[in-house]
Design a binder for this molecule. Structure first.
Ligand code: NAD
Length: 226
């Protein structure tokens, strides 16, 4: 069975109603990233950061997977598939994909603010101030903030180095270390890029598909399944 590795970013969930950074001028739902997605922000104003992620979680729970998420899940009928996602939503899983690596965590879980390895399911949309982990520290969203370590990056690099086919969907490749993963894909492997704004310069093994995810992904999946 051929091994397909897919790296997805915020663009694949845009048509499910979840906004990307780039499409909102580097702001995330009107917030400066430094004010809500850094350890410094949490130290300064934990209530505000908690509320920001509670609102994001509410939107994720209300969103539905789109045709692109569903098409990627279908690839499992014929291929060994791993999705590496930078997204903190769970739309790949809800569309039926069974092998998803969340590089930046997933907003539907909470995390100890003392030990990032301690994560828990959340009942509903809200983490309340005062809710604590088993060590007694405040629970926060299970997301990797700017300036924090990305624990899954080495696993993801290994997965990329085993790819027979590589697909990139809806990412500006502006956020490191995730953006560097493409460099682990073996040179002879074809790279399909689906994004209205193709983020990397072309090469002989690059197939550019400058379409929205709900158009480009089903188109490519049909070709690969054919
Ligand atoms: P980004 O905002 O930097 O880039 C988004 C990319 O998606 C752009 O290249 C844009 O051209 C493309 N795009 C926009 N609409 C599209 C569509 N309909 N179909 C296909 N592509 C489309 O996002 P990024 O590269 O993922 O990096 C931003 C970081 O923000 C990630 O690490 C992620 O954790 C976080 N984030 C996550 C979500 C989410 O979980 N849904 C949403 C916003 C931001």
């Amino acid at each position: 069975m051929e091994n397909i590795v897919i790296l997805t970013g915020a663009g694949i969930s845009a048509e499910s109603g979840l906004k990307t950074f780039r499409d909102s001028d580097g702001l995330w739902e009107g917030y400066n990233i430094e004010d809500v997605a850094t350890p410094e922000a949490w130290a300064r104003n934990p209530q505000m950061v908690q509320q920001f992620y509670n609102e994001r979680r509410k939107s994720v729970l209300e969103a539905q997977p789109n045709l692109a998420h569903f098409a990627l899940a279908k690839l499992e009928e014929k291929y060994q598939v791993t999705i590496i996602t930078q997204n903190i939503d769970d739309l790949h899983e809800r569309a039926g994909s069974t092998n998803v690596v969340h590089l930046h965590g997933v907003i539907t879980r909470s995390q100890s603010s003392l030990n990032p390895a301690l994560t828990y399911p959340i009942n509903g949309w809200e983490i309340k101030m005062g809710e604590t982990c088993e060590l007694g520290s405040q629970l926060r969203a299970h997301v990797v903030w700017f300036g924090e370590a990305v624990p899954m990056i080495e696993t993801a690099a290994r997965i990329c180095s085993d790819a027979d086919i590589f697909i990139l969907v809806g990412t500006s490749l502006a956020v490191y270390p995730a953006a560097g993963l493409i460099n682990y894909v073996p040179r002879q492997v074809t790279r399909y890029i689906i994004d209205p704004n193709i983020p990397v310069s072309s090469g002989s093994r690059v197939v550019e598909m400058p379409y929205k995810a709900t158009i480009g992904v089903p188109m490519l999946v049909e070709e690969l399944m054919g």
